[in-house]
Design a binder for this molecule. Structure first.
Ligand SMILES: Nc1ncnc2c1ncn2[C@@H]1O[C@H](COP(=O)(O)OP(=O)(O)OP(=O)(O)O)[C@@H](O)[C@H]1O
Ligand SMILES: Nc1ncnc2c1ncn2[C@@H]1O[C@H](COP(=O)(O)OP(=O)(O)OP(=O)(O)O)[C@@H](O)[C@H]1O
Ligand SMILES: [Mg+2]
Ligand SMILES: [Mg+2]
Lengths: 264, 264
């Protein structure tokens, strides 16, 4: 199972949209996909018109002992989700004094064997215990990036955090790459951001850092209002507007991700 | 002095852009404006090409005893800022056991008398001690809203939090209104969001809630790439592109805000 955390502490850059629609794209390709909503805003859960309701979700998974299998909800065909609610915010405080608090999720997921081909985790816009749990439970990091100046500012700190997790908690963690979201091609700003990221990644090649093999994905997710509309129908872009640019772009991203070499 | 917190826990909806450019618009109108960067991402500080450097900033203001006047940096003409750095994130833990931890900022600002006409505070995308400090130190809340489905989801919880702060800590707190940001007029989605917000506010009229007089501002901030470009030059939209839609819209917002009746 390929395990990927979709994270960027900058708000509103397309984390949830990427987790939902990349997940749906992989399931379009016949892959079995598990999503986890690790954001107390519960936007990934809402995206598919779901509600954690009274059943166990991400909060219970981190603080009690339900089996992972009790938390699963079906989002779409071949697409399963561990939902969250607002109470997930309380997990932050409850875990504060737990030994190895960052690795609770990893341990809870250890019971999964070959039920899924992919695991994608949607992270909140912050470096908190929830994000650290995601980074400890996966092998790869995918960073959605809006091609704006403010969007670039926090990347250095994000990579520092990944590096600390890799050194202290999860040696197999690496940065798979950066995905441009809400891209408006042709703007000077996007060109500048792309050049900046490319230069930074080229300089990192071969160095002993978790992003030495990271790439700027060739696939760019174009700004497309249908991607903002589909969650109001509780649908992925493939159910809502299968012929749209949004569907095309996320399918291309899934294909590019599936082609990339990775540690087994 | 009118004191306003610019807040919305949803990420990337235009909080920092609104704080920077509404502040600059008010100073264009000859007002004396103080901005506070209460987000550890320090994007408001970066917006004007500034850096808290070694001097005291928002972190020190909350945890040590510098005078407010030592933390001030000049952003533009008539526009002063209390900057932040990444270390502001540490204030969250340091204040956890301080009695009345939410009111520290209010107390620190009490020395200000008539140096400024407006105080605008940029909040992080979270309901944390920093946001609670902002809500306790002001009289009005301005909520930037992206006209998207996911952007609407957290509004109820935001209003609940404002209501609790008004009941328990700051009785003078009220919601001044919602400002549509990155608005792409003509999309069906924007129309639906506008109708939803209007209906919600109409139903609240006259009820005993902090948003009974809240409005959906007539001014809508149009999506405009120049608003995303100007921070890369360390300038407000008025310095970078004074004839752009962005400058027009934020000036109109400042005028609308100045015309609104408010408690003295
Ligand atoms: N390619 C796109 N084109 C148009 N709108 C988009 C696109 N990607 C995302 N959006 C919209 O932009 C907004 C921000 O995206 P999203 O909520 O996925 O970001 P996020 O990083 O998960 O935000 P948060 O930091 O709050 O978790 C949402 O309203 C979403 O519907
Ligand atoms: N009207 C607009 N038109 C185009 N781009 C905009 C507009 N308003 C904001 N932006 C851009 O959108 C991105 C998000 O805006 P901003 O950073 O101000 O939101 P925020 O709510 O402060 O985000 P965070 O939750 O991370 O603090 C930024 O890159 C900004 O430059
Ligand atoms: Mg999200
Ligand atoms: Mg901001």
């Amino acid at each position: 199972m390929r395990r990927i955390a979709i994270t960027n502490q900058k708000g509103g850059v397309g984390k949830t949209t990427t987790c939902a629609n990349l997940g749906a794209a992989l399931s379009q390709r016949g892959q079995r996909v598990l999503l986890i909503d690790l954001d107390p805003q519960a936007h990934l859960t809402t995206y598919f018109g779901l509600d954690a309701g009274a059943g166990p979700g991400a909060y219970e998974l981190l603080t009690e002992q339900p089996s992972v299998f009790e938390t699963l909800l079906k989002a779409e065909q071949n697409l399963t989700i561990i939902p969250s609610r607002l109470d997930l915010a309380a997990a932050e405080n409850e875990l504060i004094n737990t030994p190895g608090r960052e690795s609770v999720l990893r341990d809870r997921l250890a019971v999964l064997s070959d039920e899924y081909d992919w695991l994608l985790i949607d992270c909140p816009p912050a470096f908190n215990i929830l994000t650290l749990n995601a980074l400890s439970a996966v092998d790869e990091v995918l960073v959605p990036l809006q091609p704006h100046f403010l969007g670039l500012q926090g990347v250095g700190r994000l990579l520092e955090t990944v590096s600390l997790v890799q050194q202290r908690i999860n040696p197999s963690l690496c940065v798979r790459g950066f995905v441009l979201c809400m891209n408006e091609s042709g703007t000077r700003l996007a060109g500048e951001v792309i050049a900046d990221v490319r230069k930074f990644l080229d300089e990192a090649r071969g160095q002993d850092v978790p992003w030495r093999d990271a790439r700027l994905f060739d696939t760019r997710i174009r700004r497309n209002i249908k991607l903002a509309e589909c969650p109001s129908y509780g649908q992925s872009i493939f159910t809502y507007a299968p012929k749209s640019h949004g569907a095309e772009d996320y399918l291309a991203l899934a294909d590019e991700l599936m082609r990339l070499p990775h540690e087994a």
